[in-house]
Design a protein around this ligand. Structure first.
Ligand code: HEM
Ligand code: HEM
Length: 124
């Protein structure tokens, strides 16, 4: 699971940085929140997840880790596309944007529970 997160994280940073350069070159910053979250939820968060799962291989094998991976990686693309549409003026996508964000949040809860279990005083 660690490697899956890391391999997707670098894909997100390539998109995020490309969007940053395009925004800067065009002096057009409407998509700044998309750029910010591609880099922060896509690159920074996923790279941290990946590095942690690599440091705790048995935590990476759990059902919680799988749930976390799929919630994050289904939620995030949907969130980024609907956020781009939303900041572009399409308000009708708001419920889907909200749902995708909640799915990402649920994934993060799985991560938090897993991390607490595997870093508790009885775990190694
Ligand atoms: C070559 C790489 C990058 C370029 C050219 C770039 C460019 C930009 C531009 C033009 C903006 C909009 C600024 C504005 O609205 O005034 C921005 C915002 C932002 N960037 Fe980047 N960026 C790059 C990489 C990154 C990375 C790697 C991260 C995070 C890990 C990041 C995080 C952010 C955040 C959080 C904002 C929003 C700041 C705010 O709205 O206050 N950027 N970036
Ligand atoms: C499901 C998860 C998340 C949701 C729903 C969310 C939502 C939001 C919202 C609604 C804003 C205000 C946007 C605006 O006013 O234009 C925002 C801004 C911001 N968020 Fe998040 N966020 C999430 C995760 C994160 C994470 C994990 C980070 C950092 C690692 C982060 C960093 C930021 C930053 C730096 C800004 C200010 C940049 C900007 O305004 O473009 N967010 N976020």
């Amino acid at each position: 699971m660690g490697n899956h997160f890391l391999r997707l994280a670098v894909v997100y940073v390539l998109f995020g940085v490309t969007l940053g350069i395009v925004m800067a070159a065009g002096h057009e910053y409407t998509l700044a929140p998309v750029h910010a979250h591609l880099n922060l939820l896509g690159w920074a968060s996923m790279a941290l997840f990946g590095l942690w799962y690599r440091s705790a291989p048995s935590a990476a094998e759990t059902r919680l880790a799988k749930l976390h991976f799929w919630a994050h990686n289904i939620g995030l693309p949907v969130q980024m596309v609907t956020l781009a549409m939303f900041v572009g003026g399409n308000n009708s996508v708001e419920p889907l944007l909200a749902l995708a964000s909640i799915v990402i949040g649920i994934g993060l809860v799985c991560f938090a529970v897993n991390l607490w279990r595997f870093t508790g005083s009885t775990a190694r």
